[in-house]
Design a protein around this ligand. Structure first.
Ligand code: MYA
Length: 432
């Protein structure tokens, strides 16, 4: 998550060659090599994921395998009707995210236990309104919002969710579950609870006759369809440096850094304005057309655009360009608001981050559109603007002074094989 304003140094581990190997027999070198090989493959074994219908590491590069579902659906009557067994102190619950009380429990679990950066300096802090938005798209299933409680105390200790989505993979639109917010209380980690939770969400997705899923993770699992990198654009460089999110560049002073990241007060594009409800049909047309060019992208209808892209205070922001002459909607940009808790700072507790969502440029150059997005994000008091190198984002990142982050995000499909790993620019899907 943390972004560096200057590139990291490479620390190459070197082998000590001071003692010549010449006198040692080849056998012992062979044995050593085998040992290293074994320990490496042991470290890479995935006891759970090896049992799942996902592309496996040993299949990578095997283009004889067909693209598409790995396993065929089973008749619904054969889907297990009862939940999977949990260790005896725990019980399943279906979370009613509409309930203020349940939403607060989920919020607290995630705020204290969800994703952190590698150095444990920041932790995602999804707001309650964000969670409600993320978990209740058109056609959502309440049964896919799954919690685990301690039977005796009723404390919520784990969570996982799915939401339905139509995702196009090349020419085929596949009904999928987008799985997110997998979280186990810190104290209960490494007890193999996650595989049970994944199996339970899979069972509940199967009960709705859906057999594929999409998800992202910071960890490498069998096997990513693509790997993306986060880029960060400082909006409030002083705060970012104060809290250790970024570092002062070499030969830079604070005042030069502030000047470097300064943005204009006014957006530049004539006709640039906030999206309104009456724009939904035009934005749907624009977005559908645009997403067509990517290998994997959502198949958004008007209801999806209304839900995912109509501005919602402190959750999602969308702007578009309406031609002053023709009143045609020609371009669109959006970002969502996802703050992080700052774990060790005296002066600040929240890092306010805007995340680039879906952007479409047909008339306004993408660079100019995103420059305007930065200006409105700065006005709304965000500290940083984040973007993945998906879609055409690479064309504006460097020029708009984004710096590469140290985190990678891997995208996965469940029960759907792609013949080739995708470049991140071939991906048209942003998961929250
Ligand atoms: S990504 C966000 C994940 N959440 C966090 O990073 C929050 C902080 N971490 C935690 O809460 C825990 O560390 C979690 C693991 C819960 C992540 N995705 O119980 P364990 C595998 C998938 O002993 P714990 C998101 O939400 C791991 O490789 N698998 O481990 C998308 C090992 O399996 P294997 C993961 O640390 C989630 C096993 O779990 C992940 O206590 C998509 C160890 O289990 C991960 N992020 O708990 C889920 N991390 O031995 C898949 C570890 O094989 C959905 N593991 O290596 C699949 C589609 C399902 C629907 C299908 C429908 C058709």
């Amino acid at each position: 998550m943390a972004g560096d304003s200057e590139p990291n140094e490479n620390h190459v581990t070197s082998v000590d060659n001071s003692e010549s190997l010449e006198n040692k027999s080849e056998v012992s070198i062979d044995a050593l090599a085998r040992k290293v090989q074994e320990s490496l493959s042991l470290a890479k074994r995935h006891k759970f994921w090896e049992t799942q219908p996902v592309g496996q590491f040993n299949e990578l590069g095997d283009t004889s395998l067909p693209e598409g579902p790995i396993e065929q659906p089973t008749p619904l009557s054969e889907v297990k009707q009862e939940p999977y067994n949990l260790p005896s102190p725990y019980e399943w619950i279906t979370c009613d995210i509409d309930s203020e009380e349940v939403c607060a429990e989920v919020y607290n679990l995630l705020t204290n236990n969800y994703v952190e950066d590698d150095e444990n300096m920041f932790r995602f802090n999804y707001s309650k309104e964000f969670l409600r938005w993320a978990l209740r798209p058109p056609g959502y299933f309440r049964s896919w919002h799954i919690g685990v409680r301690v039977k005796s105390s009723k404390k919520l200790v784990a969570f996982i969710t799915g939401i339905p989505a139509r995702i196009r993979v090349r020419d085929t639109v596949v009904l999928m579950a987008e799985v997110n917010f997998l979280c186990v209380l810190k104290k209960l980690r490494s007890k193999r609870l996650a595989p049970v939770m994944i199996k339970e969400v899979t069972r509940r997705v199967h009960l709705e006759n859906i057999w594929q899923a999409a998800y992202t993770a910071g960890v490498v699992l069998p096997t990513p369809v693509t790997t993306c990198q986060y880029w960060h654009r400082s909006l409030n460089p002083k705060k970012l440096i104060d809290v250790g999110f970024s570092r002062l560049g070499a030969r830079m002073t604070m005042s030069r850094t502030i000047k470097l990241y300064k943005l204009s007060d006014q957006t530049a594009t004539p006709g640039f304005r906030k999206m309104e409800p009456h724009d939904v049909p035009a934005v749907t047309r624009l977005l559908r057309n645009y997403l067509q060019q990517f290998a994997v992208a959502p198949d958004f209808g008007v209801d999806d655009v209304e839900h995912w892209l109509l501005p919602k205070e402190d959750v999602v922001e969308s702007y578009l360009v309406e031609s002053p002459e023709t009143h045609e909607i020609t371009d669109f940009c959006s970002f969502y608001s996802l703050h992080s808790s700052i774990l060790g700072s005296q002066n600040h507790s929240v890092l306010k981050a805007a995340y680039s969502y879906y952007n479409v440029s047909t008339k306004t150059p993408l660079l100019q559109l995103m420059s305007d997005a930065l200006i409105v994000a700065k006005k709304k008091d965000f500290d940083v603007f984040n973007a993945l190198d998906v879609m055409h984002n690479e064309t504006f990142l460097k020029e708009l002074k984004f710096g590469p982050g140290d985190g990678k995000l891997h995208y996965y499909l469940y029960n759907y094989r792609l013949k080739h790993v995708l470049r991140s620019s071939e991906l048209g899907l942003v998961l929250l």
